[in-house]
Ligand binder design. Structure first.
Ligand code: NAI
Ligand code: MG
Length: 355
C-alpha cells in the first residue's frame, strides 16, 4: 500500500489533480496495487480556509506520506497579501525547503505525434528527450532579502545569491548519476564569467567530474544556453543548473514541446518526494474543463517510477498518453487543424481507456 498526499491548490489544480488520481486508480486496478490518497489544503485555498497558505496539518500529512502530488498554487485573488502569506512564497517555497527537496527534475520530451504543436520546426524537436535538473532550495530565492529607504528618496532592494559547496555538490552528483543512466552527457549551466557563486559551482562540478569519467561534461553560460535551447535543443541530454536559471530555462524548454500543459516534474532529495506539473494555476482557464491534464498525469508516472520503483506501471501511463496523442486527441493548448478537441475530463477518459 502506498500513501499519497494530494494538494490540489488553486486555479486549475482542483481540476487536474482529481484526473491524475483517476489515472492512478486505473493503474492500481490493472496492476493490482493499492494507492491510498488523502487530500489537504495549500495555497490560496488554504489561506481562505485557515488564514495560512501552508497549514501545519498539510505539512504533517506530507511528512507522513510516501509521495506528494501537487496541482498549483496562486492567483490574482491573493497577489496583494503580505509576502509570507502569498501562495508561492508562503507555501511552495517553505514546503520544498521543509521537506529538503533540493533537486527538481524536469524532463522535456517531444512525442513525434506532437512535434507539429511546437513553435519550432518539426526536425528540430521531433524525438527530443532532455532532462533539466534545477537546484531548488538555494540561490536567490532563499537568500537574505531586504529593503532600505534611501536618504535622497526612493528605495533600495537587495537579494542575495548564496551557494555552499555542499549545496552544489549534492545536486550535481545527482545530475551525474542521472546522466550515467541516460545518454552520458551532462551540461552544467552557470554564469561563471560574472557571478562568484557560479565560479564555486563550476569548481565543484569539475571536482566531481573526476568520479564520473564515463560522462561527457561541458559547461555553458546561461545566456548562451537560452539561445542553444532554441537553436539546437537535441544537443542536450542532462542539464543541471542553479535555482533561478533553472526556473527560466525550464519554462523556455516547455515551449519546445508545444505546451506547458505537457510537462511533469519531480522534486526530490528529502524523505518524501513531490510531483507536480511545471505550469501554474492558470486562472485564465480555470473552471472551464479545458486545462490539459497530461502534465499532472505524467507527474504520476514519474512518482511511480522514482518513489515506488514501479517501472512497468509508469511506462504504461506514458504509453497510454502517447497513444492517445497518436490517435489525434488534443486539449485546446495543443490543438492543431484536423485533430479532435477534448476537455480535461474527456482527455483523461481517453487515457484511462487506453490503459
Ligand atoms: P501558468 O503556468 O499558470 O499559465 C501560463 C499560461 O499557460 C496561461 O495562459 C495558462 O492558461 C496556460 N496553461 C498553464 N497550464 C495549462 C494547462 N495545464 N493546460 C492548458 N493551458 C495551460 O503561469 P502564470 O499565468 O504566470 O501564473 C498563474 C498563477 O500561477 C500565478 O499566481 C503564479 O504565481 C502561479 N504559479 C504557480 C506555480 C506553482 O504552483 N508551482 C508555478 C507557476 C506559477
Ligand atoms: Mg516557474
Amino acid at each position: 500500500m502506498y500513501k499519497i498526499a494530494l494538494l490540489p491548490g488553486d486555479g486549475i489544480g482542483p481540476e487536474i489533480v482529481p484526473q491524475a488520481v483517476r489515472v492512478l486508480k486505473a493503474v492500481g486496478q490493472r496492476f493490482d496495487r493499492e494507492f491510498q490518497c488523502e487530500t489537504a489544503l495549500i495555497g490560496g485555498a488554504a489561506y481562505d480556509a485557515t488564514g495560512h497558505p501552508l497549514p501545519e496539518e498539510t505539512l504533517r500529512l506530507c511528512q507522513a506520506s510516501d509521495a506528494i502530488i501537487l496541482g498549483a498554487v496562486g492567483g490574482p485573488k491573493w497577489d496583494n497579501l503580505e509576502p509570507h502569506l502569498r501562495p508561492e512564497r508562503g507555501a511552495l517555497l517553505p514546503l520544498r525547503k521543509q521537506l529538503g527537496l533540493y533537486a527538481n527534475l524536469r524532463p522535456a520530451t517531444v512525442n513525434f505525434a506532437l512535434a507539429d504543436a511546437s513553435p519550432l520546426k518539426y526536425d528540430l524537436v521531433a524525438g527530443l528527450d532532455i532532462l533539466i535538473i534545477r537546484e531548488l532550495t538555494g540561490g536567490l530565492y532563499f537568500g537574505e532579502k531586504r529593503r532600505e529607504d534611501l536618504p535622497g528618496g526612493g528605495q533600495k532592494a537587495v537579494e542575495t545569491l548564496e551557494y555552499s559547496t555542499e549545496e552544489v555538490e549534492r545536486v550535481v552528483r545527482l545530475a551525474f548519476t542521472m546522466a550515467q543512466k541516460r545518454g552520458k552527457k551532462l551540461t552544467s549551466v552557470d554564469k561563471a564569467n560574472v557571478l562568484e557563486s557560479s565560479r564555486l559551482w563550476r569548481e565543484v562540478v569539475e571536482e566531481l567530474a573526476k568520479e564520473y569519467p564515463d560522462v561527457e561534461l561541458n559547461h555553458m553560460l546561461v545566456d548562451n544556453c537560452a539561445m542553444q535551447l532554441v537553436r539546437h535543443p537535441k544537443q542536450f541530454d542532462v542539464m543541471v543548473t542553479e535555482n533561478m536559471f533553472g526556473d527560466i530555462l525550464t519554462d523556455l524548454a516547455s515551449q519546445l514541446t508545444g505546451s506547458i500543459g505537457m510537462l511533469p516534474s519531480a522534486s526530490i532529495g528529502g524523505q518524501v518526494a513531490l510531483y507536480e506539473p511545471i505550469h501554474g494555476s492558470a486562472p485564465d482557464i480555470a473552471g472551464k474543463n479545458i486545462a490539459n491534464p497530461i502534465a499532472t498525469i505524467l507527474s504520476v508516472a514519474m512518482m511511480l517510477r522514482i518513489s515506488f520503483q514501479l517501472e512497468e506501471e509508469a511506462a504504461a501511463i506514458e504509453r497510454a498518453v502517447d497513444s492517445v496523442l497518436q490517435q489525434g486527441y488534443r486539449t485546446g493548448d495543443i490543438m492543431q487543424p484536423g485533430k479532435i478537441r477534448l476537455g480535461t475530463v474527456e482527455m483523461t477518459d481517453a487515457i484511462i481507456r487506453e490503459l
